[in-house]
Design a protein around this ligand. Structure first.
Ligand SMILES: [Zn+2]
Length: 209
């Protein structure tokens, strides 16, 4: 069956119209990888593994089914003119590197300075989750979160900093566990004003103390 899969998005922007493989095809692919690893996919302990793996993919990559723009639509303006920094620190995320499909586990720090309207803070965490639950490069994920908040909320500024441990680096390759990769993206006043940028960095530092 040649079902078009509209959920698959290319670069997070354009619909990528590829036929979606069937569940059977996906499970067969898992059996191939098991054989590639040196296993016997027909032995008892592995019998249901392809089914479990494809189901787990639905959770690990659920971000392709979620629309971060839509989750930011509901905003509130009864905030007495609040126009200072709103920051959410240490948002834990689990993502997967697009080069090895290995986990990237870490925290994101997200801040913005509203222009009249604010968004529910849980929505900031959900935007992080949505982009995390896709195949990622940390720099790209960082930019996507910041750009989406900036474009949809139209705030005075957005700051996003991400610290991630890349399991493709800690469990294979150079085998360096405990190394955190740090990326950040500053937009609007956080980019233009060193004082605002420093305040964000101070809030992040204090959140770890
Ligand atoms: Zn990798």
């Amino acid at each position: 069956m040649n079902l078009i899969n509209p959920r698959v998005v290319k670069d997070g922007l354009e619909p990528f119209l590829e036929p979606k493989p069937t569940r059977e095809e996906a499970e067969a692919a898992v059996r191939t990888l098991l054989r590639w690893a040196g296993e016997d996919p027909t032995r008892e302990g592995l019998m249901d593994t392809p089914q479990r793996v494809t189901k787990a993919y639905g959770q690990w990559f659920r971000g392709y089914e979620e629309d971060p723009v839509e989750m930011l639509q509901r905003t509130f303006d009864e905030v007495e003119g609040y126009d200072e920094i709103v920051a959410l620190c240490n948002i834990r995320f689990e993502s997967y590197c697009e080069h090895h499909m290995a986990p990237i586990i870490g925290v994101a720090h997200v801040a913005y300075i509203p222009t009249r309207r604010v968004v529910g803070i849980s929505k900031l965490a959900r935007v992080v989750d949505t982009y995390a639950k896709r195949l990622q490069v940390q720099e790209k994920m960082n930019a996507q979160i910041a750009n989406t908040l900036f474009e949809v909320l139209k705030p005075q500024g957005v700051a996003v900093m991400i610290e991630g441990e890349h399991h493709c680096m800690s469990t294979r390759g150079v085998h360096k566990p405990g190394v955190n990769m740090v990326t950040k993206k500053m937009l609007g006043v956080f980019k233009d004003d060193p004082v605002q940028r420093q305040e964000f960095m101070d809030i992040v530092t204090r959140s770890k103390a």
